[in-house]
Design a protein around this ligand. Structure first.
Ligand code: 13P
Length: 277
């Protein structure tokens, strides 16, 4: 099944609304030299920048999808300081990151909370990007697959079959985030394949359609090899997404990966045809 790669920039708590507008424009300038219809790009600024980014994306007809980094699971109410999925949908937000490891570790988000948020995002007709990933300790103890499987089962528990069909999952090993040490492409592939299998176990038949991103120190130098892996359908980029040149090069790498995957598939089909003759 062909899955359109999704390259997402998670700006975390960086850039005020004026800086955010500049980054959208600079990024659009960098990408204008390339055709990248085969790749989807989403930008996830802080909440206070969303309206400005929405306006510039709209006015300049930029090819970016707008994304958020979090939301509350209730539509409205006495939840001081929180933002609902419905509010984000009104700002033309398409993707909402939920369960990022920083939220799990620093703000106590459990799989149950993440599940409620993912469901709220999907109910508001947006796509949740559900993050999972093991810590270094868990990896060293040989528990990476088990941890990710438990997180997926808990975090996806409230989604309907139809909501699974548009779901995005991000595999982000915690030890690779912001450390400059990315997972080896082969290890990242193995974990994303495991995640796909788990998703298919949860809802039979949907695994092959779900996009799975890799995140954790994705840079122009490692992006192409990571994105060429058969079960890696995009990247969730932190630090490098704040630099328009670097982020545009990662989008380019996704395009190159698409081209090489397509060529490999064609060569395989040709081989098969030759053998059948
Ligand atoms: P870095 O790309 O800075 O490692 O961050 C990854 C991340 O947390 C994206 O959500």
């Amino acid at each position: 099944m062909s899955r359109t790669p999704l390259i997402s920039g998670n700006w975390k708590m960086h850039l005020n609304h004026l800086e955010a507008i500049q980054l959208c424009q600079k990024l659009s300038y960098e990408l204008a030299r390339h055709r990248y219809e085969q790749v989807e790009v989403s930008l996830h600024p802080p909440f206070v920048d969303l309206r400005s980014c929405q306006t510039v994306i709209d006015a300049d007809r930029l090819e970016f999808k707008l994304g958020a980094q979090n939301c509350h699971d209730q539509n409205q109410g006495a939840f001081t300081g929180e933002v609902s999925a419905a509010m984000l949908a009104k700002l033309d937000v398409s993707y909402v990151i939920v369960g990022h490891s920083e939220r799990r570790a620093l703000f106590g988000e459990t799989d149950e909370i993440v599940a409620a948020k993912a469901a709220a995002v999907a109910e508001a007709d947006m796509t949740p990007i559900v993050c999972v990933g093991e810590t270094l300790e868990e990896r060293e103890a040989g528990r990476a697959a088990e941890v990710v499987s438990t997180q997926l089962r808990g975090s996806l528990a409230k989604l309907s079959r139809a909501q699974f069909e548009t779901l995005v999952v991000a595999y982000e090993p915690v030890w690779a985030i912001g450390t400059g040490r990315n997972a080896e492409p082969r290890d990242a592939q193995e974990m994303c394949a495991t995640a796909r299998q788990v998703i298919d176990d949860i809802r039979r038949g949907v695994g092959s359609g779900v996009r799975i991103q890799y995140g954790g120190s994705v840079k122009p130098v490692n992006a192409q090899e990571l994105l060429a892996q058969p079960d890696i359908d995009g990247a969730l980029v932190g630090g490098a997404s704040l630099d328009p040149v670097q982020f545009a090069r990662i989008v380019q790498a996704a395009l190159q990966a698409c081209i090489s995957i397509k060529a490999a598939r064609q060569a395989k089909n040709q081989d098969r045809k030759n053998q059948d003759r």
